[in-house]
Write a protein that binds this ligand. Structure first.
Ligand code: ADP
Ligand code: MG
Length: 724
């Protein structure tokens, strides 16, 4: 069976009909065509209603619910004209997935007829059966109900599939008593907290006209494409999203020939189809290219406001999976689908800014902006130093553990890379000298004199840093490819809010003491550098020296696994951070910890069970068949008086016995049930279960190198990575 399905898969792929996606469309014709955008609202809403709604969207002012009926009715008419008969409240539970509840517009009348109806209250609020979403205990303490509520700031859109059109409405998801059960609610709160703190600092810096400050996000998404015929023949890819077995191919990524290579035609057709769908939904897809590993690619949009970017990122992942399926691919978003070659990340490019002061992390070239830049940049540095372990915790899951610290991805130690120019500048600030001995310019007195025009590559590339300044934004490179960007954005916005309010306090007190603005700013920056410069690191983040230095000399934490990182969410200082900023209550934070801990344990248990299954039902039988074939031959040849080398037989027997004894060990390891706490359970998974899984795999992969290829049951790395 195994052999047949592998050859069958290759046969099918060789004979596949190319997918035709139709002629390319003009961007202008399709851009945001499926979005209930501001311009569409302007066309179909009464002026007063439109004005009120626009104000909420652009300034964050509270929604006037009296406009809901009018908006709902216009939305419904637009959707029905486009073929929709259902609407869905879309929300983002504490998984990395997107959830939706679909309802028809249908309303039956007393006389037995039916009409389409969409009342304002249905737009504003929904009640999905919340009980099946992870809630980390919130619902055992509170009411069992969950509510969704319309997020006016993220536009509604039409989701088109072969089977129909649905009006989708982005919503928050909260419990009966208002606790956030999702990722959007805290993201919106973190933006509000950051806005408040940033506005205060901008005021202290002398601004009076200050538009709301928002954070921006541009997320680069890495992924693998594998032909669906192969993926369907691999239970591990189907259930765990990664290969649990597989010998490295003779050719991996050592030639570095994939990265800049031409995109395979079939993949390019997939990409174009995907981008077209994204454009229709107003998602600004911008960059596409091959990635380092064979079969690996990247897509990046132009950046957007964090909340919309986050919704669009979720939608992008959904569209990627759907579109891949249509093209006969499986789209793997797992962080480490294949051992031995690069894994996939999601680089979260993040900045903060507003309409009046612009990008606050842009070094720029005007004096005023530079002071501003230095203050905001210092706030980020302080944030990463104080809350680095939190940044590690929000990207912790079983799959990302395979990347972080695995010598091809950022280390599990959080540090900031500034680039040499900025690093030098901040070191000067630490010493309180700001002028003559700065090598890149004669004189530097920010606030009055112009900073040396910092070239845009002030943040040069340092691929080994988890968090790098890249010219006018920070790039959080340690985020995993399957993860929602909300968690990282919440952490970044919240720690920035905290830093800005601490910096604001000091600035205010210095100014209050009569210091002039330059002196006050220098005092603040110096203070940050004195306390937090330990987190700045421009060297090789993969090196052993850094791991030693970071921990021993700089006091930074190295948290290699989720079991090490996640308990940070239970630390008092983290609880206080979220409570102080109003982003998460202690109960909400604790529920997140419980949900993520449970997800970690569950995903490792699923993988362990799969390892046992596959070893017993695929790999062991293949070894037996191989031994039967070979020993028959050895016997026949032996009858002729010719001795055959039995090395292979011996090896296969040894490896099979060894593998099966480890399988038994794994089976008894996962049978353990009595754990005192989630921490203990996570630690057990990380330090006991995972290593035994790796041991089983080591024997199985060694067997793959010994067993006749035509008896090997699973599509090989070579086939999955190189056959398109
Ligand atoms: P890289 O060179 O790191 O591969 P890309 O061009 O692929 O960079 O992606 C960079 C991402 O950063 C894009 O999504 C881009 O829109 C985004 N970006 C640029 N400026 C900002 C900003 N101010 N805030 C957030 N993201 C930004
Ligand atoms: Mg990048």
């Amino acid at each position: 069976m195994g052999y047949e399905s592998r050859t069958q898969a290759i046969y099918e792929i060789n004979n596949r009909e190319p997918i035709v996606v139709g002629p390319p469309s003009r961007l202008e014709d399709i851009w945001a065509a499926d979005v209930f955008s501001l311009s569409k609202m302007k066309q179909c809403l009464p002026k007063t209603v439109f004005k009120s709604l626009k104000k909420t969207i652009q300034t964050g002012e509270q929604l006037d619910v009296s406009v809901a009926d009018t908006v709902a009715s216009a939305m419904k008419d637009w959707a029905i004209a486009r073929g929709a008969s259902y609407y869905a409240h879309v929300f983002y539970p504490m998984t990395n997935l997107t959830a939706e509840k679909h309802d028809g517009f249908i309303s039956t009348q007393g006389d037995g007829t039916a009409i389409s109806e969409f009342a304002g209250k249905l737009l504003v609020q929904g009640e999905p059966d919340g009980s099946s979403f992870p809630n980390g205990g919130i619902r055992s303490t509170f009411e069992a109900r969950g509510y969704t509520a319309w997020d006016v700031t993220s536009p509604a859109y039409l989701m088109e599939t072969d089977n129909g059109v649905t009006l989708c409405i982005p919503t928050v998801f909260v419990s009966w008593t208002g606790e956030a059960l999702d990722k959007k609610t805290p993201l919106l709160r973190s933006i509000a907290a950051m806005n408040k703190a940033a506005t205060r600092v901008l005021k202290l810096l002398g601004h009076s006209d200050i538009a709301p400050v928002n954070s921006s996000c541009g997320a680069e998404q890495e992924y693998f494409l594998v032909d669906a015929h192969f993926a369907n023949a691999r239970p591990d890819l189907l259930l765990a999203g990664r290969t649990l077995f597989g010998k490295p191919p003779a050719k991996g990524q050592q030639f570095d020939d994939h990265y800049f290579g031409a995109i395979p035609e079939r993949v390019q057709v997939f990409m174009q189809d995907l981008e077209k769908k994204m454009y229709r939904l107003g998602i600004p897809a911008k960059t596409r290219h091959n990635e380092v590993a064979p079969g690996q690619f990247e897509i990046a949009p132009y950046f957007e406001a964090a909340n919309v970017a986050s919704d669009h990122q979720q939608l992008t992942m959904t569209l990627m999976r759907q579109t891949a399926k249509k093209h006969g691919f499986a789209c793997l978003l797992h962080e480490k689908p294949f051992a031995g070659i690069n894994g996939s990340g999601k680089h979260v490019n993040w900045s903060v800014g507003n309409a009046t002061q612009g990008n606050l992390l842009d070094p720029g070239d005007s004096p005023h902006e530079n002071a501003q830049f230095l203050v905001f940049c210092a706030a980020v540095i302080r944030g990463v130093h104080k809350y680095g372990p939190l940044m590690r915790a929000v990207i912790a899951n079983a799959s990302n553990d395979h990347r972080l610290g695995a010598n091809e991805a950022p280390p599990a130690i959080m540090s900031v890379y500034l680039g040499s120019q900025l690093e030098e500048l901040f070191n000067q600030i630490a010493n309180g000298s700001m002028s003559d001995n700065y090598s890149h310019s004669g004189k530097l007195e920010f606030g009055v004199d112009t900073l040396p025009p910092l070239s845009k590559d002030a943040g040069d590339r340092n691929r080994t840093s988890p968090f790098a300044f890249t010219g006018n934004r920070f790039e959080f490179r340690a985020v995993g490819s399957s993860q929602s960007v909300s968690g990282p954005l919440i952490a970044l916005n919240t720690m920035l809010a905290d830093s800005l309010s601490s910096i604001g306090d000091l600035l205010e007190s210095e100014l209050g003491k009569g210091a002039d603005q330059n002196t006050a700013i220098l005092t603040v920056l110096k203070d940050v550098m004195n306390k937090h410069s330990a987190v700045i690191f421009g060297g090789d983040g993969y090196s052993d020296e850094w791991h030693k230095m970071a921990v021993e000399e700089r006091g930074l934490l190295n948290l290699p696994t989720t079991a090490d990182a996640l308990p940070t969410l239970k630390e008092k200082y983290v609880e206080e951070l979220f409570e102080r900023t109003g982003v998460l209550s202690p109960v909400e934070l604790e529920s997140r910890y419980e949900v993520y801990a449970e997800q970690y344990v569950l995903s490792i248990e699923v993988e362990a069970k799969l390892v046992i299954d596959m070893a017993k039902t695929s790999i062991y039988p293949a070894a037996m068949r191989h031994l039967t074939d070979i020993s028959q031959t050895i016997a026949v040849v032996g009858d002729l008086g010719i001795e055959l080398d039995k090395g292979n037989v011996q090896k296969v027997v040894e490896l099979t016995n060894s593998m099966m004894s480890k399988v038994s060990k794994l089976a008894s390891a996962i049978a353990k049930e009595d754990f005192g706490s989630s921490e203990e359970h996570m630690k057990y998974c990380a330090s006991t279960i995972r290593p035994v899984m790796d041991d089983v795999r080591a024997d199985a992969d060694a067997l793959e190198a010994e067993i006749a290829d035509d008896l090997w049951p699973l599509p090989t790395y070579q086939e999955m990575l190189f056959i398109k």
